[in-house]
Design a protein around this ligand. Structure first.
Ligand SMILES: [Zn+2]
Ligand SMILES: [Zn+2]
Length: 336
């Protein structure tokens, strides 16, 4: 009788910790992810948490909180200071589906490059680039409504100007759960995935909006830049991110985990571009299961869609993830 009661009490206490019992598969995956993110600059020990995914599925997720800077490389520079500045003193931007150097010459030629005479991002007398940086730069980068006040400004937010406690918490399903209907398009929330240096793979930058506003938040040589919510984040992967050897031979290395729990591997090289990838940039390989390959960096996206229900990117690490209720912050920054 006593032992029955004890077991009942134990069952109730476990239930209180997590509404869902973890399977061996989930435990194995959790341990694997903890190891993959061991050097990611995590600011909190990864936890297994209950979560509600985008299509309403209740399951178990890993919760990983990372700080504002990559754990393995420096960030910047972004805006060149004058129209004479060489490439190494400037940043990068997207042009014609490629990542291009955004140096002084790029700023000088903006009106030509974008075929739009409104561009005039430098002082014609001095050649100095017109920029807003420091704390104000971070404020502008984080406030979409301020873009109209900074027409023809190069906006720059450095990690060093952010609150030192800036962090984002990624809540990712341990085992992917398929959608009932179609795969989900990539929206601004919760981003695409998380690299093993703690850097977010963000949703595509709204290039038409940004270029229409004539306010550029240039990226650095690693195709990343900073906003005050997430800190440094990528808009393309070109090898600055840590790469983990695939579990099968002759396959691209793993570079991230997507917010739906599937793994993301490096871009296929040109020769294998006409491969069997689906519209989400995913395919099935024996030994790896279903996974994505990131797009080439200039395409302003990592994957085409989510094949499974996604979790959350939270500004409050103690918040509970319910991705079925869109978490609305103040919207994506203009330079984002
Ligand atoms: Zn593959
Ligand atoms: Zn961005």
């Amino acid at each position: 009788m006593n032992s029955t009661l004890n077991m009942l009490a134990l069952a109730i206490s476990l239930y209180a910790t997590s509404a869902l019992a973890q399977t061996t598969e989930q435990k194995t995956r959790f341990d694997q992810l903890v190891a993959l993110y061991a050097d990611a600059g995590v600011v909190q020990v990864p936890e297994m948490v209950d979560c509600t995914l985008s299509d309403g599925e209740q399951t178990l997720c890993i919760s990983i909180t990372t700080g504002p800077a990559p754990s393995n490389h420096v960030t910047g520079p972004y805006c060149p200071s004058t129209i004479e500045s060489p490439p190494e003193e400037g940043g990068t931007w997207f042009l014609n589906d490629e990542v291009v150097v955004a140096d002084g010459e790029f700023i000088r030629d903006l009106a030509i490059l974008f075929n739009d005479d409104v561009w005039q991002m430098y002082d014609v007398d001095t050649g100095d680039v017109i920029l807003v940086d420091g704390e104000l730069g971070c404020a502008v980068a984080g406030d979409p409504n301020s873009a109209s006040d900074y027409v023809n400004y190069c906006v720059e937010c450095e990690v060093s100007y952010l609150d030192e406690n800036t962090s984002e918490t990624y809540v990712i399903p341990l085992i992917p759960v398929a959608f009932e209907g179609e795969a989900a398009r990539i929206g601004p929330s919760p981003g695409v995935g998380l690299a093993f240096n703690g850097v977010k793979l963000d949703a595509p930058a709204p290039l038409e909006l940004i270029e229409g506003n004539h306010t550029l938040g240039l990226m650095d040589a690693c195709v990343g830049h900073v906003n005050p919510y997430t800190g440094y984040h990528y808009h393309g992967l070109i090898g600055c991110e840590p790469q983990v050897e695939a579990a099968v031979p002759d396959h691209e290395p793993q570079v991230a985990v997507a917010m739906d729990g599937y793994d993301i591997y490096a871009a296929l090289d040109g020769s294998s571009k006409d491969s069997d990838l689906d519209s989400c940039n995913g395919h099935f390989v024996y030994g790896l299961g279903y996974h994505y390959h990131t797009d080439v960096a200039g395409n302003n996206q990592f994957i085409g869609c989510f094949a499974a229900q996604y979790g959350c990117a939270l500004s409050d690490s103690s918040a509970v993830c319910d991705a079925s209720v869109e978490e609305r912050r103040s919207g994506p920054p203009p330079s984002d």
